[in-house]
Design a protein around this ligand. Structure first.
Ligand code: HEM
Length: 404
């Protein structure tokens, strides 16, 4: 075990709001062993930024880890050439070109369809009614599993996330995870003949075309589902909430003085949807006054890095005019998010502009409280809102006229 200073947390309080503890750690013990997490955590942005690239020390290869056991051995749990080969094979489906030429128009069509149904309602929980189905419908396209129900995409993604964090070995959690991976395998089996006859830009199709072994394909499709559903969902609902609670910043975007992408990047800095990425120490190493031992578990705390006062002024403040270039919401090493370009398009080019154009007078529903939680994955649990239902809007309600 590393000789890092110990820092105790109250797990429930940390889940509700990890930022006060993370700020104390950054100040007093930036590399600390947290007994309740059984892990040594790196909390400062520049430490993570430099050390994440030391894959000879902070390895992603975690053979005994729950992710490998439950979801198969995917690229995120590999280092070096083995990782890069699989990442390169996936690239054509998530490249800037694929996003521009293939996915963007599909994402927009999903958003339009969801909003056509939602606009006449006048009130909703936007997590369930918009962010979740939009993220899931887009991910069905990207993965190639268009035969899945969007509800299953969300539920199975969550079941795998719960499964790989099931350090206490809860049997019910493990069973739900197995059911999810079995469902995904069945969906893959159904789609293989379809994408083999009609190849497309989906992950399943490009991995098959690249001749990847079937077990790698299954593992990497599952990775994309476990890592590609809740983050865009949480980024969409979180960005909307942040803008509604900071109306002057929303006005900057509406007046053309800032862009939707500024709002998304700042939200992902402020509340990183993935707050942590784990590593295994591969060899003895000393850094920052701490001796790391082989097999130590290390958590890279992206959520803390993005609030590091050494890199961001008043880091707890949501400010879409700030320079977010030091944000590491998508990671800072070879495992940098493969879906980053697609996510930016989904949230900033489609979700935010479409939602604010279609739901006139969008505001929080004062009758219900917004709930937020998590530290490894952090996001809104609900987003109760209401808006004006404009009977004079065009056939599909797209006229962004404001009620007077
Ligand atoms: C707002 C949305 C998203 C955020 C904030 C996000 C964040 C991240 C982070 C922090 C990592 C780990 C980086 C590291 O350890 O250095 C990651 C990895 C990954 N993400 Fe995302 N992600 C998002 C959306 C997506 C989507 C939509 C997909 C679907 C294609 C996706 C696929 C992946 C994959 C495949 C990896 C592993 C990459 C590798 O091992 O090389 N992500 N993501």
């Amino acid at each position: 075990m590393s000789n890092a200073p110990h820092y105790e947390i109250d797990v429930q309080a940390f889940w509700a709001d990890p930022y006060p503890d993370l700020a104390r750690m950054r100040k007093k013990a930036p590399i600390a062993f947290v007994p309740q997490l059984g892990s040594t955590v790196l909390t400062r942005r520049d430490d993570i930024f430099t050390q994440e690239k030391r894959i000879d020390v902070f390895s992603s290869h975690q053979p005994a880890g729950l992710m490998n056991r439950l979801m198969g051995h995917n690229m995120m749990r590999k280092d070096g050439d083995a990782h890069m080969t699989e990442r390169a094979a996936m690239f054509p489906s998530v490249s800037p070109r694929a996003v521009r030429d293939t996915w963007l128009s599909k994402f927009q069509a999903h958003a339009d369809r969801i909003l056509d149904r939602l606009a006449p309602e006048g009130r909703a929980d936007l997590v369930k009614a918009f962010a979740l189905p939009l993220s899931a419908q887009c991910l069905k396209d990207i993965t190639g599993l268009t035969n899945m129900r969007y509800q299953d995409m969300d539920a199975w993604s969550q079941a795998m996330i719960d499964g790989i964090a099931n350090y206490t070995g809860d049997k019910a959690v493990e069973a739900r995870c197995h059911a999810a991976t079995a469902g995904i395998d069945a969906a893959i089996d159904d789609m293989i003949p379809v994408v083999s006859r009609h190849p497309n830009s989906s992950i399943l199709s490009v991995l098959l075309a690249a001749g990847q072994p079937m077990e790698n394909i299954r593992a990497n499709v599952k990775l994309a589902i476990s890592g590609g559903q809740n983050e865009p969902r949480d980024a969409i609902s979180g960005s909307v909430w942040a803008l509604l609670t900071h109306p002057k910043q929303l006005a900057l975007v509406r007046d053309g003085k800032a862009k939707w992408i500024d709002a998304f990047e700042e939200y992902a800095r402020w509340i990183a949807p993935i707050g942590m990425s784990p590593r295994r120490v591969a060899k003895r190493w000393t850094y920052g006054g701490v001796d790391f031992e082989p097999e130590d578990r290390v958590f890279l705390m992206f959520g803390s890095a993005n609030r590091d006062e050494a890199c961001f002024d008043e880091p707890d403040r949501f400010d879409i005019t700030r320079d977010t270039s030091k944000s590491i919401a998508f990671g800072a090493g070879p495992h940098y998010c493969a879906g980053a370009i697609a996510s930016r398009a989904m949230v900033a080019d489609v979700a935010l502009p479409s939602l604010f154009a279609r739901l006139n007078g969008l505001r929080l529903d004062a009758a219900e409280q917004v709930k937020i939680g998590g530290w490894a994955f952090r996001g809104l649990l609900n987003l109760p809102v209401e808006w004006d239902v404009n009977s004079t809007a065009g056939a599909c309600g797209r006229a962004p006229t404001r009620r007077t």
